[in-house]
Design a protein around this ligand. Structure first.
Ligand code: AP5
Length: 209
């Protein structure tokens, strides 16, 4: 069993690349952001705790996140490893993950802050299948998403004000993890400020090396 971590600032393209890696490797995507949004929608205790943090662009407390991951990793589709998207985001989360499952590759998608606002404010997705699109960079086809259940969805936290708090949280709490993983020899960086297909190709060079 071996798992991959997709690492990077909000809007770097983790979810976009995760869809492609999932198709090619069969590893299930485990996005803590998606899990938290589902919990908020369902009105669970976790969702009620997480909602305010997410709306203000702060990180949800480590204990909440680690409990979610401990449960998720026990599901049958995770038995051969998973692809984490947006987790871990703090050193305590990474330490907890090391106790739960081995990680072979941490792939950091590097995008400068000035690109992030336009990426996040133009993002939308298909409510039917979750595929991610962008007003300018990756628009959906004129007849909708190929899943056949096209319905446009935009995230409540995808606004300019929240993006700045999310970037602040990334630089203060998440980016120190890069050195933590570098010291373990499993950290790989790719330039995320290029075409989506070019980035995917670079990620597969890393995964196949
Ligand atoms: P989460 O849902 O994880 O959001 P995020 O990290 O802020 O990342 P995003 O999903 O916004 O971006 P992405 O990198 O997936 O980019 P995407 O592919 O969509 O977290 C939300 C909140 O939940 C957090 O703020 C926090 O409160 C909480 N949370 C979640 N996990 C947590 C944890 N572990 N600990 C504590 N709290 C946690 O791409 C963005 C846009 O750009 C899209 O429109 C896409 O089409 C476009 N795009 C992608 N690639 C390119 C490219 N190469 N060129 C041009 N456009 C591109």
């Amino acid at each position: 069993m071996s798992s991959i971590v997709l690492f990077g600032p909000p809007g770097a393209g983790k979810g976009t690349q995760a869809e492609r890696i999932m198709e090619a490797t069969g590893l299930p995507q485990v996005s803590t952001g998606d899990m938290l949004r589902a919990a908020v929608k369902a009105g669970t205790e976790t969702g009620l705790t997480a909602k305010g943090y997410m709306e203000s662009g702060q990180l949800v407390p480590d204990g909440v996140i680690i409990d979610l991951i401990k449960d998720r990793i026990l599901e049958p589709d995770a038995k051969n490893g998973v692809m984490f998207d947006g987790f871990p985001r703090t050193i305590p989360q990474a330490e907890a993950l090391a106790e739960i499952t081995p990680v072979t590759h941490v792939i950091a998608i590097e995008v400068p802050d000035e690109r992030i606002v336009e990426r996040i404010c133009g993002r939308y997705s298909c409510a039917g299948c979750g595929s991610v699109y962008h007003d300018t960079f990756n628009p959906v086809n004129a007849d909708g998403c190929s899943c056949g259940q096209w319905e446009e969805k935009r995230r409540a936290d995808d606004n300019e004000e929240t993006v700045h708090s999310r970037l602040g949280a990334y630089h203060e709490q998440t980016s120190p993890l890069a050195d933590w993983y570098r010291s373990k020899g499993i950290f790989h960086s790719v330039n995320g400020d290029r075409a989506i297909d070019t980035i995917t190709a670079d990620i597969f060079v890393v995964l196949n090396s």
